[in-house]
Design a binder for this molecule. Sequence first.
Ligand code: DAK
Length: 263
Amino acid sequence: MEFVTYEQDGYVGIITINRPKALNALNSAVLEELDATFKAVDLDTTRCLILTGAGEKSFVAGADIGEMSTLTKAEGEAFGKKGNDVFRYIETFPIPVIAAVNGFALGGGCEISMSCDIRICSENAIFGQPEVGLGITPGFGGTQRLARLVGAGMAKQLIYTARNIKADEAYRIGLVNAVYPLEELLPAAKKMAAGIAANAPIAVRNCKKAINDGLQVDMDQAIVIEEKLFGDCFETEDQKAGMGNFLEKDKEKKLKVVPFQNK
Ligand code: DAK
């Protein structure tokens, strides 16, 4: 891979977008490598992923403006689909993905962070959807995910004005969960990921699926989705071990490691 690196740290996988000369902007090659990297993750040995950008200045400075500038309508749609397919794959990936946003997260950069489950960022992070200033709409799900995360009114303001916001404002509006000094960001992401990885893996996956799928439907259907995924947990060794440890008052016992059971 030229633009994406993968590192395994225990149960945690760290995916780094590494195209520093363009501030990690997403061109077709980066999108293809991201797709291949996510598809290669070993789900039997990985319980949580971190997505970050190389360097100290930028997470992802957007889709590659140079590559997009000459696109025809058909090519623009194809480029949008390539990005959207990868982002949706991340969003529905079976295990949680934490975006560790280490600088600029503009346009497609903000959008890829929003396809992750959780966003934390460094103090120098800048978020924004500058597309209307470039004569386009957000094309990698920005109009949809930003509105769902921060509410329609705030999303409309940010998208219509194309105004960038700093880390503290991103935190205030709920776009990120926490802000850290740059050097503490990755350690914090790893600590959070390790905390997630220490819990019952199938239960964590079922929580992600329940939240994601439930948000697509009305509450009556959402509750049924939750019931089904809750019920599935009672077929796992983790449920027996987890509840057994509690009842035996054995807090030292770790949950049994159970590979993903593909249902
Ligand atoms: N694309 C390509 N190259 C980029 C880039 C980008 N988005 N952002 C930065 N670079 C490159 C710069 O061209 C420069 O390259 P050289 O000139 O050195 O070769 C290098 O990275 C360093 O950038 P700067 O010299 O500009 O660095 P500064 O610190 O001065 O400024 C900046 C940093 C992030 C404020 C600035 O680079 C900037 O404004 N970048 C553009 C940010 C932006 O507008 N991002 C949103 C892109 S639009 C769709 C699919 C997707 C999308 C839309 C539609 N469909 C097909 C439906 C998504 C759109 C976007 O993401």
